[in-house]
Design a binder for this molecule. Structure first.
Ligand code: ATP
Ligand code: MG
Length: 181
């Protein structure tokens, strides 16, 4: 079922999910699920994340109007040192994102972990804003990840910060299948 023109007309905003608490990518996936139920065409491009090992990649295969494309090598890559491979993958990811935003093919484009890419210095806020400016008018965009730069906060229409109160990681409980990945 395709969305009606009034539904599409009200899209086109920029949302940000950031902060140190768990829930940013989960919120993106929840939104993707809701939007897909309304017939919106959803694309999630994952910066930094590798192709294997995420439950959401398997779930997306079950939903025809939801596509998830991992485009990275290592989620935590830029933490200590920036590698040539991550610079190249980010450049290619930015190219793919711009193409998707401009194409008008998608009602919702989620750029998962792109905030981390900016925080790691792999992409500049100016480049990301220029890319956002080129989006089709009805394409809603979500930027997720830790450490969002102020320029992006100023540009966005919606910003939510997930604040860390407690995380089982601090008790030595590592990432769990179906919950974290
Ligand atoms: P999720 O994908 O579970 O919604 P997230 O997108 O908010 O998490 P990321 O910054 O992408 O979090 O973190 C990647 C991984 O680290 C996830 O598996 C997440 O559950 C876990 N994580 C999130 N917050 C913390 C934390 N404060 N301490 C340790 N691990 C965390
Ligand atoms: Mg995440």
């Amino acid at each position: 079922m395709a969305p009606d023109s009034e539904t599409k007309r009200r899209l086109g905003l920029v949302q940000v999910y950031t902060g140190n608490g768990k829930g940013k990518t989960t919120a993106c996936l929840g939104l993707a699920f809701r939007a897909s139920g309304r017939g919106l065409n959803v694309l999630m491009l994952q910066f930094l994340k590798p192709a294997k090992g995420y439950g959401e990649h398997l779930a997306a295969e079950l939903i025809p109007n939801l596509t998830i494309i991992p485009m990275g090598a290592d989620h935590m890559c830029g933490k200590e040192v920036t590698r040539e491979e991550d610079v190249a993958l980010t450049r290619e990811g930015m190219r793919k994102a711009e193409e998707a935003l401009k194409s008008g093919e998608y009602d919702l484009v989620i750029l998962d972990e792109i905030n981390n890419s900016m925080a790691f210095g792999l992409a500049t806020p100016a480049d990301v804003i220029a890319m956002l400016e080129s989006r089709a008018p009805h394409t809603e965009v979500v930027l997720s990840g830790r450490g969002v730069p102020k320029e992006i906060v100023d540009y966005a229409d919606l910003v939510t910060e997930m604040r860390l109160v407690k995380h089982p990681f601090d008790k030595g409980i590592g990432a769990r299948k179906g919950i974290e990945y």
